[in-house]
Design a protein around this ligand. Sequence first.
Ligand code: PAF
Length: 281
Amino acid sequence: MQVIHYKKELQNVLFSKENKNHTIGFVPTMGALHKGHLSLVKRAVNDNDLTIVSIFINPTQFDNKEDLEKYPTDLEKDIALLKKVSSKIIIFAPSATEMYDGNITSKEFDFNGLEKVMEGEFRPGHFNGVATIVELLLLAVKPTKAYFGEKDFQQLQIIKKLVELKKLPFQIIACPIERESNGLAKSSRNQRLSKSTREKGGFIFETLKTAKSKFGTENANSITEWVAEKFAANEVFELEYFQIADTETLTPILKKQKNIKYRAFIAAYADGIRLIDNIAL
Ligand code: PAF
């Protein structure tokens, strides 16, 4: 298993004579890998000659210092999990200084409003940090295809926009959400939940599924009110936002229109941990 810590070294391997015509699949992660990440990695391994998995907790995308400090990390465990998928995977685990060439700050981006709603509203600066690091990683790896999970759906749309705006010749592949058996969306943060909260975690997805069934007959306002009431009556999960939005522009909508695809989004807290999920309507 090759673990590389420096961009130059990574590029020497990726762009060597031997790997010259190889397709490269890339899965960027912040480590603490779970089945959701591994499903992206398996897809990358299946689709490409070479697979790179980056493990880098990106400081510039955390709007909350405590969240950054408590973000789970276990490189040895991550390496062991990836080895089970394929021992040919190359792990790229740079330091922040290496990744940012010593200047650990975000660039400012304008994604045509995609960055202003939902996560953008509640986590100021988050998407500037995400876009900054994803651009740096994509330019370091130069993948044929890069894989992102739909759990972070807003992030996915922003990365597609980033690639379009910067004219980066890399294909962005969206992968479905992996869930625990009760429906809780897989996330590295789940391991910080208490056992009992984690067992009750299906509540978020159940609420999304009912919202979906209501979307045929009720308008977005009435569904939003219903979701707020459900959360108010729940002792474990605290709602931050529920939003029905146009899948492409992420603008909030009131009434369903023909030929437009919609998605419902939730952010909630449990045990002080922030969880997000979404569903196609
Ligand atoms: O989704 C994540 O884990 C992170 O936001 C990413 C894409 C690896 C950038 O740090």
